[in-house]
Design a protein around this ligand. Structure first.
Ligand SMILES: *[C@@H]1O[C@H](CO)[C@@H](O)[C@H](O)[C@H]1NC(C)=O
Ligand SMILES: *[C@@H]1O[C@H](CO)[C@@H](O)[C@H](O)[C@H]1NC(C)=O
Ligand SMILES: *[C@@H]1O[C@H](CO)[C@@H](O)[C@H](O)[C@H]1NC(C)=O
Ligand SMILES: *[C@@H]1O[C@H](CO)[C@@H](O)[C@H](O)[C@H]1NC(C)=O
Ligand SMILES: *[C@@H]1O[C@H](CO)[C@@H](O)[C@H](O)[C@H]1NC(C)=O
Length: 424
């Protein structure tokens, strides 16, 4: 009889689960991919969690974006003193505005580069610096790296980042898409609630056959947006502002955002507006963004001075008189926040509202009414005609598999792994 100590049951189980973890991590990280054919780019958002304390300007340079656009995307007041040098705390969740292009037939962002620093590894850059928005394999492939153990300090890497546009709409309403890296604690239902959408909508957009999601998956989350109706000759024609963000336009003179209670675009002079053309409506003592209300017999006479784009350096204003059944509340522009210095429960997910605002009755389950015609959940998403889930997985364990199949696949690999030592 062998004097070998038999492997205890628990060890084996531990060993098993470790192998499963390894294999699942390699095989099942999925991300929603949108095929594309034209060369138009569109605006998209990345959901990014800070891996360490970083200044606003440092986060902006990590993604090569304008610090102002980073601040406005997160409703942070740009007039806060020295805001670009403000230090944002580790683990803060931010929305990063990026331009989404069409590359090799799929939507992605390729405008980000990263300069390798001493003691960097591909997995540190992928998982920590870019918060799981890219994988080390994708970095390897995009930069034709043959030996990841030898990285040249100072070398610039292309960092391909996931994004989707789906024609800037969700269920025929304007929307901008956020690429969100699923965390271990997340459930699809909780994500839907947090972003004021429904489970059905998220499943349709991401072509999910079930609500099962895994740590590291990348979901496309539609953020309702407020569309402008500027004339075509305006240089900011087509301005679209996602809810929870604001935009600075007209040469830093005007700021626009969704109203706090509706999805109408509301614009007013920017806090830092200097040397701007007149922002007063013609022949009336109203400035851009001003509203007068007057109770009349037939309802409320609301007159507002609205922004209508900028053309030839001139701010276009229009006066709009409307008769409404009830007078609107006073404040229209949502509050801007000071740059965060500490992590609160909400700021881990978004510097936006806490998830407990369920009972407010504001959320409209728009998509639950519209199951895309005759479609089978998981096959034809409501938005893109051909969107689908895919992964960088090996061919053997096909990425298109739903989770159970992929698990089976992992188990198969596991069995092979287990049998090998025995065969020796
Ligand atoms: C894209 O959206 C525009 C309106 O924003 C609409 O007119 C057009 O039909 C949409 N295209 C597709 C392919 O859905
Ligand atoms: C827009 O965001 C506000 C909070 O920032 C939220 O209360 C509201 O429900 C959101 N609207 C939609 C349509 O998602
Ligand atoms: C008009 O708008 C200006 C600039 O936003 C503001 O300072 C002023 O208080 C507003 N006036 C009225 C009557 O709303
Ligand atoms: C509404 O108010 C505007 C200006 O405040 C005025 O010119 C207009 O006649 C009013 N309309 C009605 C129907 O009262
Ligand atoms: C802007 O200027 C150009 C010429 O400089 C002129 O042709 C055009 O009509 C102007 N547009 C508007 C909206 O004023």
């Amino acid at each position: 009889m062998p004097n070998q100590k038999p492997i205890s049951h628990t060890t084996l189980i531990l060993f098993l689960s470790q192998l499963i973890l390894i294999n699942v991590a390699q095989v099942t990280s999925k991300s929603t991919i949108e095929p594309c054919s034209n060369s138009d780019s569109c605006n998209a958002l990345l959901g990014y969690t800070l891996y360490t304390d970083l200044k606003v300007s440092e986060v902006a340079s990590l993604f090569q974006i304008d610090p102002i656009s980073l601040l406005t995307a997160n409703s942070i007041d740009i007039s806060y003193p020295d805001v670009e040098h403000h230090i944002l705390p580790s683990r803060l969740f931010l929305k990063i505005p990026i331009s989404c292009s069409c590359v090799d037939g799929i939507r992605k962002s390729i405008s980000t580069h990263y300069k390798i620093r001493p003691s960097d590894s591909l997995s540190f850059i992928a998982d920590s610096v870019y918060g799981g928005l890219v994988s080390d394999d994708q970095l390897k492939e995009a930069n034709s790296i043959t030996d990841p153990s030898v990285l040249d300090v100072g070398q610039s890497l292309v960092v391909p980042l996931p994004c989707t546009c789906f024609n800037g709409s969700d269920n025929s309403l304007p929307a901008i898409y956020l690429s969100y890296v699923v965390k271990q604690v997340d459930s699809l239902a909780a994500i839907a609630a947090r972003y004021f959408t429904t489970l059905t909508d998220l499943m349709n957009v991401n072509a999910l056959g079930s609500s099962a999601i895994a740590d590291g998956d990348i979901l496309a989350i539609p953020i309702p947006a407020c569309a402008s109706n500027f004339p075509r000759y305006a240089s900011d024609y087509g301005l679209l502002v996602p809810n929870g963000s604001y935009a600075i336009t007209a040469g830093h003179c005007v700021q626009c955002s969704c109203g706090p209670r509706n999805l109408n675009l509301y614009c007013m002079p920017a806090s830092l507006a200097v040397s701007c053309s007149s922002m007063q409506c013609k022949n009336i003592n109203l400035m851009l963004g001003n509203v007068t209300v007057q109770q009349t017999g037939g309802g409320c006479n609301v007159t507002s001075c609205n922004y209508d784009g900028i053309a030839n350096g001139t701010i276009i204003t229009t006066l709009s008189p409307t008769l409404q059944p009830r007078c609107p509340g006073p404040q229209e522009f949502p509050d801007l926040i000071a740059p965060p210095t500490t992590i609160t429960r909400e700021s881990i997910f978004a510097p936006a509202p806490a998830p407990q605002s369920h009972g407010s009755g504001v959320t409209t389950p728009k998509s639950s009414v519209v199951p895309s015609t005759g479609s089978f959940p998981g096959f034809s998403p409501a938005n893109g005609p051909n969107s689908g889930i895919a992964s960088g997985a090996s061919a053997a364990c096909s990425s298109a598999n739903p989770l159970p199949a992929t698990l089976a696949c992992a188990l198969l690999l596991l069995l092979v792994n287990l049998m090998l030592p025995e065969a020796l």
